[in-house]
Design a protein around this ligand. Structure first.
Ligand SMILES: Cc1ncc(COP(=O)(O)O)c(C=O)c1O
Length: 391
């Protein structure tokens, strides 16, 4: 889990603001000098910490080129595996780095033996790259329909997962409703039937505290793009050591090789640890941008983030209800994350109108999607709602 280490915080720019406990972090994100950014579930805002690390990386690249690999960049990769591990309560040896969630899913799919257990269970609410991994493969893909378009009850998984199921693959937080799934419940349903569980946590960790061991899931993946403030091109896979150690991906590369620098084309011995799920050279610019994002997140702390974003979310919901835009959302606050879906007859037009007034949001079918983070304050969404209401 993210700790409140205060690491690097002395380098960061902060200013006092009474609106909530974390609002002083806002000045770490220069976008707020020009925009009201409310779209972290698409792309987290750029921090000064990430910019500093990227600029330092560019200097290193220019001055010493590949010489940086051995004394600096290799260490950056190790540091990132360690820090991602700490973020989700895993051991560093259980983390593999990748450029996208899709590439992670492809490697995991290539490691599963689906000849006897032929079933993979996912849902219609998952980000479609999840089912796309399975559609071209020779497996029985079960896509559970959501009764309300918001979430999928555990009982539906319970009924669908059986002793022919290889994998239960679904989201921690649904990208199109913001509903939080009970990943502990999902992990135990899979375990009881002898199946593996894989949680797409791209909309989870960062905005929510995560402890993969407590949840008992076998795989959990996420990355920099959204709530982890690392931008594009850097993701990670948690592979639980005791339940996945026997898996050997068929889709692989030299970063998965234990003797990577032996350059022997006749022999392939995968790493014992989760690096056997890696493939090629990790993209270094995103890696250092992500280290900057983690500098901030570790200093802020996951529990504090959840407290603040839960309050902002409920305030946004109340404001939306007051102007007749009751969000499409889960029933209880505990199941709701900071992804708020405002019904809209023409989301693209409304998002464009908001953008021209300086509010950055996102369009999804039938909805304007708004996602406050710890650097937002209630005035952000209140002002945004006024523009929506009076447009
Ligand atoms: C839940 C979820 N999973 C996956 C993705 C995308 O994954 P990839 O890294 O393959 O682009 C997104 C959005 O970008 C998402 O919201």
């Amino acid at each position: 889990m993210i700790g409140s280490t205060g690491l690097y915080s002395s380098q960061m720019t902060r200013s006092p603001s009474p609106s909530h406990a974390l609002a002083s972090w806002r000045t770490e994100f220069p976008t707020f000098e020009r925009t009201t950014y409310l779209n972290s579930c698409s792309l987290g805002a750029l921090s000064r910490a990430s910019r500093r690390r990227v600029e330092r990386f560019l200097d290193q690249w220019e001055m010493r080129g590949a010489a940086n690999w051995y004394d600096t960049w290799w260490g950056d990769l190790d540091a990132l595996r360690q820090r991602y591990a700490a973020l989700v309560g895993a051991a560093p040896a259980e983390i593999a780095l990748h450029p996208s969630v899709s590439s992670i899913l492809g490697v995991v799919a290539s490691a599963l033996d689906t000849r006897i257990r032929r079933k993979v269970v996912t849902t219609a609410l998952d980000f479609p790259t999840l089912p796309y991994q399975w559609l071209p493969r020779d497996v029985e893909l079960v896509v559970l329909e959501s009764p309300d378009g918001i979430s999928v009850p555990l009982e539906m998984f319970e009924a669908a997962v059986d002793d022919r199921t290889a994998l239960v693959a679904t989201s921690h937080v649904y990208f199109c409703s913001g509903a939080i799934q009970d990943i502990g419940g999902l992990g135990s349903i899979a375990e009881r039937r002898g199946a593996l569980s894989l949680i797409d946590g791209y909309q989870g960790v960062g905005q929510l505290p995560v402890d993969v061991r407590a949840a008992g899931v076998d795989f959990y993946c996420s990355g920099g793009l959204k709530w982890l403030l690392g931008g594009t091109g850097v993701t990670f896979l948690y592979a639980r050591a005791d339940t996945t150690h026997a898996l050997r991906p068929e889709s692989t590369g030299w970063f998965a090789h234990r003797e990577q620098f032996a350059f022997d084309p006749r022999e392939f011995t995968p790493h014992e640890d989760a690096r056997r799920f890696e493939a090629g050279t990790p993209p270094l610019l995103p890696v250092v941008a992500q280290l900057g994002g983690l500098d901030v997140l570790e200093a802020v702390g996951a529990e504090a983030i959840r407290r603040v974003t839960a309050a902002l979310t409920e305030d946004l919901i109340a404001g939306a209800q007051a102007i007749g835009r009751t969000p499409t959302m889960a029933t209880t606050a505990a199941e709701r994350s900071a992804i708020v879906m405002l019904p809209s007859a023409d989301p693209a037009a409304e998002v464009a109108r908001l953008a021209s007034a300086g509010f950055i949001t996102d369009a999804r079918p039938g909805h304007v999607r708004v996602s406050p983070y710890f650097y937002n304050i209630a005035d952000d969404h209140r002002a945004m709602l006024e523009v929506l209401d009076h447009g």
